[in-house]
Design a protein around this ligand. Structure first.
Ligand SMILES: Cc1ncc(COP(=O)(O)O)c(C=O)c1O
Length: 351
């Protein structure tokens, strides 16, 4: 790993952690690693800055671009830890493989990531209020400068960071999407590639124009089974059970979902991962019993859903303060902030 001794100008000291818009302010440094002639070079921590790319850059034309979204937290003891970085980097390798891009050595990139976060750790204050954390965005893009529909022979891995706070501040209103498709079996829905997001913008934009925050996708062939939402997996809590859809290769396997399912199991809550037809959800919603629906993801953490429109009719789901989803959220946050035992070794300490 190449490390230069860059002075940390410490821009974080002027940053207002109480009022900011997510994604606008990079931290001082980024990690850069390049691939050419069949191998990855050394990782380098560099000052955050613009890229110098040819307009012929293949990744700009044919979509060989994958990324990840990870968070780091300052624990109550003052240490900074990254949440499940190996799991995220392993998922990035699945994305790279599917997009015909070179995989990374997880341990090498993890060492670089650790150094990056340690270098910029002033950007991770201890602020339990508003869920302040550091959002980490690894990205790999095809950089060979040459037109032509082909697999690139050169790539750049970048890791950049930016502060993040509680993303959704109120329960969401969503629409069950039964016309447009995000991903189909055999496609790339299970990977975190740029095209999945670009393709989802238009249906989501239409739903937002109708007053919804997000859509919940259904399976491409029958539009019957629930899949996931924009940047979140979804889960239902009903009758003492936590139920979540299986989407095969059309749904991103969320690290947050995996974590909350594990926490539910740890607390003896029954968990079911299986296909969920929207008609089953309708039955729950039409009954008199309480049903909780919520999204889970790195950015969203646990996002309560208060309204869901299915076939033109709006239903309400439970978002009261004693909901099980808030229990899951607090179990998760207790681990991330070091308030409770990290039995599964999810926190990766950088110092
Ligand atoms: C499409 C999609 N589904 C689900 C998730 C949740 O995944 P994770 O919990 O790993 O952030 C994300 C966010 O990364 C996403 O973009």
């Amino acid at each position: 790993m190449k490390t230069k001794n860059y002075s940390n100008k410490g821009l974080a000291k002027d940053f207002d952690f109480d009022h900011f818009i997510f994604g606008k302010t990079p931290t001082d440094h980024m990690l850069v690693m390049e691939y050419s002639e069949g191998k990855w070079g050394a990782a380098e921590i560099a000052p955050f800055g613009p890229l110098n790319l040819s307009p012929f850059t293949l990744g700009l034309h044919y979509g060989q671009l994958v990324f990840e979204g990870i968070k780091a937290f300052r624990s109550v003891s003052g240490q900074v830890s990254i949440f499940r970085p190996r799991t995220h980097l392993e998922r990035m390798n699945h994305s790279l493989e599917r997009m015909c891009m070179p995989t990374i050595d997880v341990e090498v990139v993890l060492a670089g990531l650790k150094e990056l976060v340690a270098t910029d750790q002033k950007w991770v204050p201890l602020r339990e209020k508003n869920d302040i954390a550091l959002y980490i965005r690894p990205l790999v893009v095809a950089t060979e400068a040459r037109l032509g529909v082909k697999i690139s022979s050169e790539y750049k891995l970048l890791i950049m960071c930016t502060p993040i706070r509680k993303y959704y501040t109120k329960p969401l209103k969503v629409k069950l999407e039964r016309q447009f498709v995000r991903a189909a079996q055999g496609g790339v829905g299970f990977v975190k590639c740029a095209g999945n997001y670009g393709g989802a913008f238009y249906p989501t934009f239409l739903a937002q124009q109708q007053g919804f925050d997000q859509v919940i996708w259904t399976d491409a062939s029958t539009h019957t089974y629930l899949e996931e939402s924009g940047t979140m997996n979804i889960a239902i809590y009903f009758d003492g059970k936590l139920i979540t859809p299986i989407g095969g290769d059309s749904v991103l396997k969320g690290v947050t979902l995996d974590s909350v399912l594990q926490l539910a199991v740890d607390h003896n809550v029954e968990v079911e991962q299986r296909p969920i037809a929207y008609t089953e959800l309708l039955e729950y919603l039409k009954g008199r019993r309480r049903v909780e629906i919520f999204g889970v993801g790195t950015v969203a953490v646990v996002a309560p859903i208060s309204h869901i429109e299915i076939e033109g009719i709006e239903y309400t789901s439970y978002v009261g303060g004693d909901g099980f989803m808030y229990q899951l959220e607090s179990w998760l946050s207790d681990i991330r902030l070091g308030r409770t035992n990290d039995d599964h070794n999810w926190n990766y300490y950088v110092d």
